[in-house]
Design a protein around this ligand. Structure first.
Ligand SMILES: Cc1cc2nc3c(=O)[nH]c(=O)nc-3n(C[C@H](O)[C@H](O)[C@H](O)COP(=O)(O)OP(=O)(O)OC[C@H]3O[C@@H](n4cnc5c(N)ncnc54)[C@H](O)[C@@H]3O)c2cc1C
Length: 285
């Protein structure tokens, strides 16, 4: 199918982009287009205009200086290939390398992925588990939104319609933090049937001082598996605590089923992938 008619704007600054969005409430930002354009072709999205960020200065790049700051228009391919990122936080490059296929990696952007809030996206869960945040700029000024507050529901974020994500921040992890992501990709698209991202910190007393575990692919939005987190904190990170956390992981989650994988099967995968992700994180400490 063809999209319905739309206007096309190509601003050269964030301020100009915001102006276009303010002038037309039905306009939409275009980043890599790998989610928006298919939705437009299916007429699931019918924007009156596209505001293409591709020529806006300063929205691409990776800065590692304690915290990691990534421009919203940075593509998965740039994350995948960045030597600085591979050295500072290789998990981010590895996750990017497993998004879709090389074409998707060449066009898709980190900012687009977080703004789209696809329930089966990878980086939503990864950024949530790593305690990340986005910088959003709009007519009301600039604000930082933590990933905990960004994902509201299926394809729904707390961004205002005139807000542009300009940057994603991943905080510098505390000493003795292990992180990992386990995904069951759909064989056709690579989207997560279930994905589990974990970040676990072990304190000076040898016990887990902080645990963040986020799931994707199985819930309406990337969601913290809080029962699993609680099963770890205050315990040594060992086979027993990992087993308890894995078994607790599906508790309280609104797990969906579809023709490809039932809710029961996805709940089982949440347990298995939480265990595997925690084992990998423990090895990475
Ligand atoms: C075949 C295929 C396989 C895929 N497999 C995977 C996969 O395995 N894992 C995965 O995570 N994803 C996958 N994707 C999705 C892909 O990662 C998308 O590119 C991504 O989700 C959206 O990023 P984008 O840059 O293409 O955004 P676009 O499609 O351009 O935009 C998506 C939405 O976000 C909004 N938006 C974009 N940028 C901003 C911004 N800076 N500020 C505010 N709003 C913004 C747009 O207005 C739009 O509503 C796949 C896509 C395809 C086509």
């Amino acid at each position: 199918m063809f999209p319905s008619q739309f206007d096309y704007h190509r601003p050269s600054s964030v301020a100009e982009a915001i102006q276009f969005l303010q002038n037309d409430p039905d306009a939409k930002i275009l980043a890599g287009g790998h989610s928006l354009i298919p939705a437009m072709k299916l007429r699931l999205a019918v924007p009156s205009a596209l505001v293409d960020l591709s020529q806006v200065d300063g929205l691409r790049g990776i800065a590692v200086n304690g915290d990691i700051r990534i421009g919203a228009m940075t593509t998965y391919a740039q994350l995948r290939d960045s030597d600085a990122l591979k050295a500072a936080m290789p998990l981010l490059s590895e996750v990017a390398n497993n998004v879709g296929d090389p074409q998707v990696q060449s066009r898709g952007t980190l900012g687009g992925s977080l703004a789209h809030a696809d329930p089966a996206a990878d980086f939503t869960a990864v950024v949530l588990a790593l305690g990340g945040s986005v910088k959003a700029v709009g007519t009301g000024g600039e604000r930082e939104i933590s990933a905990d507050d960004l994902f509201v529901d299926l394809f729904t974020t707390s961004l205002n319609p005139d807000e542009v994500i300009t940057e994603v921040t991943i905080p510098n992890p505390a000493a003795r933090t292990g992180m990992a992501y386990q995904k069951r990709g759909h064989p056709a698209s690579g989207y997560a049937v279930v994905g589990v991202a974990v970040s676990v910190t072990v304190g000076d007393d040898g016990n887990v001082s902080d645990a963040r575990i986020a799931v994707t692919g199985c819930t309406p939005k990337a969601t913290r598996a809080t029962a699993a987190e609680q099963a770890l904190v205050g315990k040594p990170l060992n086979e027993a605590s990992i087993d308890a956390a894995a078994k607790a992981a599906p508790e309280g989650l609104d797990i969906n089923g579809d023709h490809y994988a039932s809710a029961e099967y996805r709940a089982h995968l949440v347990e298995v992938d939480t265990r595997r992700a925690l084992e990998a994180a423990a090895k990475a400490l």
